[in-house]
Design a protein around this ligand. Structure first.
Ligand SMILES: [Zn+2]
Ligand SMILES: [Zn+2]
Length: 356
């Protein structure tokens, strides 16, 4: 924002905090999108004033602004309720228009589920995700009013937002008052509702965002994307998007926290005589592993630093290779012959008659 905050609010540079508040109140009443649906120029003016007020109303921020510093307000309109919070502090709980809270303060949160591969979970990835959510109607920019249409006083309640009823009963005359059903308590109505969203201010759309999956995520990791949830239709006050991560099974590896297990299938001769094998690595490479003679089923070989990335840190867990020895279930005649001779040599009893 480049404009002069003092000029935006129309106050002198030595204005008191009270002057600044008064000036903002006046501008906000005139320009708030709820009072002026479908007027982008006024909405821009409102946002500008809100930003100016946010800086000048805070003595510390104002001092830094006067000194020429750039003030980062974060995302004032981004959906953490910051703007709403600020308006409440200026106007009190009754709100900008005296007790009429036109729409929900903040859109609902949206939860989506994303499955990533084990490799993406280990090294992090940018994953595009699509989801359906309520967004500000592009035609009326969330105001619910047909562009060019005015706001008119509600005929039902005469602008009070409340309707009163008088009832006669045995005990005399009773007056009850309730929220006006026609305007929902707002006291005014849009002359012509937006043709695109039928006046709701929001439409359902498919939204695509790129999710930055951090290296080391595990199943059950929940990521929050602030302000990417549903719009409530008012000046961009949006809910958050929560992404629940699950990690797809990988036939090569089992994950145990930061370590990966790989089951290595060895033949009887390989285990007995020793061999050199290639073990798959998560990044696509291969590791040459020496299997010593006499390796037993269940024996472990640790390859350091080839496991999962440790979330939020730099290091990686290990890849643990578990030896399994595969006993053949079928033998050719020649193999069987050899096996029997071998059994004789070792004194192993194989009494069962040979299958014919
Ligand atoms: Zn009404
Ligand atoms: Zn609309």
């Amino acid at each position: 924002m480049t404009g002069d905050y003092y000029r935006v609010l129309g106050v002198e540079r030595n204005a008191t905090t009270e002057d600044i508040k008064k000036a903002f109140r006046r501008i906000a009443r005139e320009t708030h999108p709820d009072a002026n649906p479908g007027d982008p120029a006024l909405e821009a003016r409102f946002r500008e004033a809100a930003e100016a007020y946010e800086v000048l109303s805070d003595p510390e921020r104002r001092r830094r602004y006067d000194r020429g510093d750039t003030i980062d307000l974060g995302d004032l309109f981004g959906g953490l309720g910051g703007l709403d919070e600020m308006l409440r502090s200026v106007f009190g709980d009754s709100g900008l228009f005296g007790g009429r809270s036109p729409r929900p303060v903040r859109g609902r949160d949206v939860v989506v589920h994303v499955e990533v591969t084990l490799e993406q979970a280990a090294f992090g990835a940018d994953v595009p995700i699509q989801y359906q959510t309520r967004v500000d109607c592009p035609r009326c920019i969330g105001t619910g009013a047909e562009p060019g249409s005015r706001r008119v006083t509600c005929g039902e309640c005469g602008g009070a937002g409340q309707v009163r009823r008088t009832q006669r009963s045995l005990f005399g005359t009773v007056m009850t008052s309730s929220t006006c059903p026609r305007c929902g308590g707002e006291g005014s109505l849009t002359e012509t509702p937006c043709t695109e969203c039928q006046g709701s201010g929001t439409v359902i759309q498919t939204v695509e965002v790129t999710l930055e999956v951090p290296a080391g995520v595990g199943p059950g990791t929940r990521l929050r994307l602030s302000g990417r949830g549903e719009s409530s239709g008012v000046a961009g006050l949006k809910g958050d998007l929560y992404v629940e991560i699950s990690v797809a099974e990988d036939p090569r590896f089992e994950r145990h926290d930061n370590d990966l297990w790989h089951r290595l299938r060895l033949g009887i001769a390989e285990a007995a005589l020793g061999t050199r094998v290639e073990v798959p690595l998560l990044d696509g490479g291969m590791f040459e592993l020496d299997i010593p003679a006499g390796t037993q089923p269940g024996e472990l070989f640790r390859i350091r630093g080839e496991g999962m990335t440790i979330l939020g840190r730099r290091g990686r867990g290990d890849l643990i290779v578990i030896a399994t020895v595969v006993v053949p279930t079928t033998l050719t005649l020649e193999e069987e012959d050899l096996m029997r001779r071998w059994a004789d040599l070792r004194g192993e009893r194989t009494d069962r008659p040979a299958p014919s």
